[in-house]
Design a protein around this ligand. Structure first.
Ligand SMILES: [Zn+2]
Length: 439
């Protein structure tokens, strides 16, 4: 069942809570915030394959246990879950003194591969000046730590709050979130939640309202194998694919460029429909490593591409699919022997939280109070776990808000700014005060 939208907090009024005390409590925890982020970065929760999830959850559980009820949940049977790489998630909950809304901070604890080009130890969590370096520092262990500090500061100032606070650290966001937020949402773990903040690195003065849609598909052209010296006896799937790629180039790309969105997608280049061709494979398979022979002369009877189509809230997923199919069907009529198949791999509809939603209003007001500037509203070009909270959890009152610069995510020498983490923690603490402090 859909969670009911609450009436919302006081959004901007300081109410019964002294903002300055709360901000001072966060400020006093600066060293603790840095240390917690370091502890998180030093556990290499690499995904794939999904390493050390349990170790991170255990560390965080020990940290939160004095003030929260902590539960570890393994996503049994989720994609990627195995005895070697179990998909562990943590949910911590603190019930307040009286009834009220539930505010949930959700962070993913997995990080992507290290890659090349580092000049720092990717899991050393070195601090230099205002920067804390490491894989996952920005995306998004700094945000996870900031939400913990925000909650602890709020509890110190306002132990008799109304409602409840939840903090989750979840698996596999980088590989679709099926062993993480999707699993928890299917279990109904968001049914009682009214407000969700996902501290992804969108920057401390930005509120991310949602994301564009995604359609991944595999497109195959089919031909007939024959001897390469007599290609006229076969039919080349690669040439058919070439024709399809030409159609995409000449007809589809110009069309996509004309479709723009009212969603405030950042960067601006993503404010239109886009299509990436992820891969192309045709003909003989790649030789196995160590094979020293020559290839065999064959006409390719199969060629496949994988496409990544990102679409706008103004577009319809069925029409997005039909548009590509129509291109292929045109070719099937015009081009002798052209045969194709399109297989869906993955799809996510766009999501966009209303600017008037309570968690948005509350966060915008907190940004103004902490940073003395207006919040900027953005939409992410790619998806993140909000999709599961929206589609499976049926909760629309959800945003991404957290410290860090998105362009540093997945890069070598990834870092998060310490002052940014502190500021974001202050904003999150004020959001808690706005939504949960008793009048
Ligand atoms: Zn992330």
């Amino acid at each position: 069942m859909a969670a009911l939208l609450p009436s919302g907090g006081r959004s901007g009024q300081s109410g019964g809570m002294d903002d300055r005390r709360l901000i001072a409590e966060v400020e006093a925890r600066r060293a603790d915030l840095v240390a917690l982020t370091q502890d998180l970065v030093r556990i290499p929760t690499l995904n794939p394959p999904g390493r050390n999830y349990r170790a991170l959850c255990d560390m965080l559980a020990a940290r939160l246990a004095p003030q929260f009820e902590v539960e570890l949940v393994r996503a049994h049977g989720a994609p990627g879950d195995s005895e070697t790489y179990p998909r562990w998630n943590l949910i911590a909950r603190r019930q307040g003194a009286r009834d009220g809304d539930c505010v949930h901070f959700n962070s993913h604890h997995d990080v992507v591969e290290v890659g090349h080009g580092w000049t720092r130890d990717p899991f050393g969590a070195e601090v230099e000046g205002d920067r804390l370096y490491g894989r996952g520092a920005c995306d998004m262990k700094g945000g996870l730590a900031a939400s913990v500090i925000a909650a602890e500061a709020f509890l110190a100032v306002c132990p008799d709050f109304a409602g409840s606070i939840e903090i989750s650290a979840t698996a596999d966001e980088e590989s679709g979130g099926f062993g993480g937020v999707a699993y928890l949402a299917r279990q109904g773990r968001f049914a009682h939640v009214q407000h969700v903040l996902i501290p992804e690195p969108l920057h401390k003065d930005r509120i991310c309202l949602g994301h564009r849609g995604v359609w991944w598909a595999e497109v195959e052209t089919q031909g007939r194998i024959a001897h390469g010296s007599m290609p006229f006896l076969g039919d080349s799937a690669i040439r058919h694919m070439g024709a399809l790629l030409a159609e995409i180039e000449e007809r589809l790309y110009p069309l996509l460029a004309t479709r723009t969105t009212a969603m405030p997608v950042t960067p601006e280049g993503a404010r239109q429909s886009t299509l990436n061709i992820n891969s192309i494979h045709g003909g003989e398979p790649e030789p196995e490593p160590g094979y020293t022979g020559l290839p065999a002369p064959c006409v390719a009877d199969r060629c496949r591409i994988v496409i990544d189509r990102r679409f706008l809230i103004e577009e319809d997923l069925d029409e997005v699919k039909a548009e590509l199919r129509a291109l292929a069907e045109r070719l099937a009529e015009a081009r002798p022997g052209f045969a194709f198949e399109i297989r869906d791999l993955f799809e996510v509809r766009p999501t966009l939280t209303d600017r008037d939603a309570p968690v948005v209003r509350s966060t915008a007001a907190a940004i103004e109070r902490v940073l003395a500037r207006q919040a900027e509203y953005v939409v992410s070009p790619g998806t993140y776990d909000q999709k599961h909270i929206d589609r499976i959890g049926k909760l629309k009152n959800c945003i991404a808000y957290g410290p860090g610069l998105l362009h540093l995510a997945h890069q070598p020498d990834e870092w998060v700014g310490i002052a940014d983490m502190v500021d974001s923690a202050k904003v999150m603490a004020l959001v808690l005060a706005d939504l949960l402090a008793p009048e």
